[in-house]
Every structure is written in structure tokens, then in C-alpha cells.
Design a binder for this molecule. Structure first.
Ligand code: DAT
Ligand code: MG
Length: 170
């Protein structure tokens, strides 16, 4: 019964279903991940999962941008050191799109502390300490919107259709 109601909904409101599949997350390889040559391994995981790459660039972020990015942590003792580390060398920010990409992206990253991250997750596989945990991922859809707007200009977000779409989504 529920299935057939959903099917009817999907038939009449395909845009609503598409919108859910178009959720976006801001994922960024931090300087430690860039220097260790992990960009391609990280991109590969998101690409092979079925998510769509909407934007990516290599850049050196100035301290003000990084301070804004981590503004919620401004009272933490590690905030100054974190901001100076992230602005010390190139980072690789990206935008990935897909159904539940924010939550799934966080699961793919693992825990904030690599020591608590399971093998198979990015932090579980590639790093050891919290201050060198190689990757950032948005923690909510709202945060993702703010972070994407902070790091990317609208024209840098590429609008395209994944040709394999029908083999990823039912
Ligand atoms: P996450 O990156 O998993 O969203 P967060 O937003 O709490 O974690 O913290 C942002 C980054 O700050 C985190 O990736 C690494 C650093 N960090 C967090 N807690 C820390 C701590 N106790 N000591 C040192 N660095 C820390
Ligand atoms: Mg966070």
C-alpha cells in the first residue's frame, strides 16, 4: 500500500524525488591529505559510490576564509592551530551530489578522531591523529549550503546529468 502511494507520488511529482537525489555536501581534502597524495583515492570513493561531482578545485585558502569555515569552533582551544594548519598549504574542496550525500558522506569519512574510525572509512584507513584527519565533510544539509556558498562561486557549480543515473537510482 505504502509502496503504491509512493509510486503514484513519484509519477506525479518527479521533481520532488529528483530534489532529494540532488542533495549536496561540501567535502574537502585538507592540507595533510593533499600532501600525502590522497586526493584521487578520496574522489574515487565518492565517484564509485554513485555520487556526482559538481565542483572541485585546488587552492590555498587564506586564514580569514578558514576562520569563517570553522566559526562554530571559535571558542575551542584548538581553533587557532586548526585554522593556521588548514590555511598553511593547498586544500582540495569539492561538492558532491546525491541522495543522502551529507549523512552518507559523514559515514564514509568516519569519526572525527581517526583512532575511533572503523577500517573501511577514509579516516579509519588513512590517518592516525585528530589534528591530521585529512578530510572535512559537512555535518548537515544546512551547513553544507553555507559551506558550498563560502568556498565556491555559483558559476563554479556544474550542472550536468550523470549518464548512469538510471543505474544508480530506481
Ligand atoms: P569534524 O571534522 O568531524 O566535523 P569537528 O567539526 O568537531 O569535526 O572539528 C573540526 C576539525 O577540528 C576536526 O576535523 C579536527 C579538529 N579537531 C576537532 N576536535 C579536536 C581536538 N579535540 N583537538 C584537535 N583538533 C580537533
Ligand atoms: Mg565539523
Amino acid at each position: 500500500m505504502i509502496i503504491s502511494v509512493l509510486a503514484v507520488f513519484a509519477y506525479f511529482y518527479p521533481d520532488k524525488i529528483m530534489a532529494k537525489n540532488a542533495e549536496r555536501s561540501f567535502i574537502m581534502v585538507k592540507p595533510d591529505g593533499v600532501q600525502r597524495g590522497l586526493i584521487s583515492d578520496i574522489m574515487k570513493r565518492f565517484e564509485q559510490k554513485g555520487f556526482k561531482l559538481v565542483a572541485a578545485k585546488i587552492m590555498k585558502a587564506d586564514n580569514e576564509l578558514v576562520k569563517q569555515h570553522y566559526i562554530d569552533l571559535k571558542d575551542k582551544p584548538f581553533y587557532p592551530g586548526l585554522c593556521s594548519f588548514i590555511s598553511s598549504a593547498p586544500v582540495f574542496p569539492m561538492v558532491w551530489e546525491g541522495l543522502n550525500v551529507v549523512k552518507t558522506g559523514r559515514d564514509m569519512l568516519g569519526e572525527t578522531d581517526p583512532a575511533k574510525s572503523k577500517p573501511g572509512t577514509i579516516r579509519g584507513d588513512y590517518c592516525i591523529q585528530i589534528g591530521r584527519n585529512i578530510i572535512h565533510g559537512s555535518d548537515s544539509v544546512e551547513t553544507a549550503k553555507k559551506e558550498i556558498a563560502l568556498w565556491f562561486k555559483e558559476e563554479e557549480l556544474v550542472d550536468w546529468k550523470l549518464s548512469g543515473y538510471e543505474n544508480i537510482y530506481e
